[in-house]
Design a protein around this ligand. Structure first.
Ligand code: NI
Length: 184
């Protein structure tokens, strides 16, 4: 395994539409997933898309902290660590929710981003097993953020009010506010 270099905003690999993974079970894809897991853990992110490590393929990984899953998820264990290959994401309603996001490709910044509250997503995992799931809240936000990377979209491009774009080091929170986690 290896820790991979993360591309930052401005690199061409983050601007292009990534290609479909032809064989999700191929050894080189398993190798890539292992390296991405190690890279994400090292960087302290909750998600990582293959283009962020200079591989323009439709593959993302994410880990939803159990504390962010909400009480209505029964499938905690399978959601904690997730590989999603060739994903299709569709909103289940027009409802949008704002929330703080960060990105390993946009270091040191956080911004408030409106995302669909409820989504349906499909794809396959590294064994080629079909994933077909509904998600809401933070889970839905992470999936939308990661899958945007596959189409060359970074979270600042989804912001509707740039006054919330902040350096983390300059942010001040009232006690009780949720800290801005979610770098992916
Ligand atoms: Ni990101």
């Amino acid at each position: 395994m290896a820790i991979l270099k993360i591309a930052r905003m401005g690199h061409p690999v983050l601007k292009c539409k990534a290609d479909a993974v032809k064989d999700p079970t191929a050894p080189e894809i398993q190798h890539l997933i292992n390296d991405m897991r190690e890279t994400m853990a090292d960087a302290g992110g909750v998600g990582l898309a293959a283009p962020q490590v200079h591989v323009p393929l439709r593959l993302v990984i994410f880990e939803i902290p159990e504390t962010r899953l909400g009480e209505d998820h029964e499938t905690t264990e399978e959601l904690v660590s997730q590989v999603l290959i060739n994903p299709i994401v569709k909103p289940r309603s027009e409802e949008l929710t704002g929330g703080w996001e960060g990105c390993l490709s946009v270091p040191e910044l956080r911004g408030a981003v409106p995302r669909h509250t409820n989504i349906h997503y499909q794809g396959v995992d590294e064994k080629g097993t079909l994933i077909d799931r509904e998600a809401h809240g933070f889970h839905a936000r992470v999936v939308q953020h990661e899958c945007d990377h596959l189409d060359g979209v970074l979270y600042p491009m989804r912001m509707t009010n740039l006054t919330s774009l902040h350096y983390i080091s300059e942010m001040r929170f009232n006690s009780g506010d949720l800290p801005p986690i979610g770098t992916s």
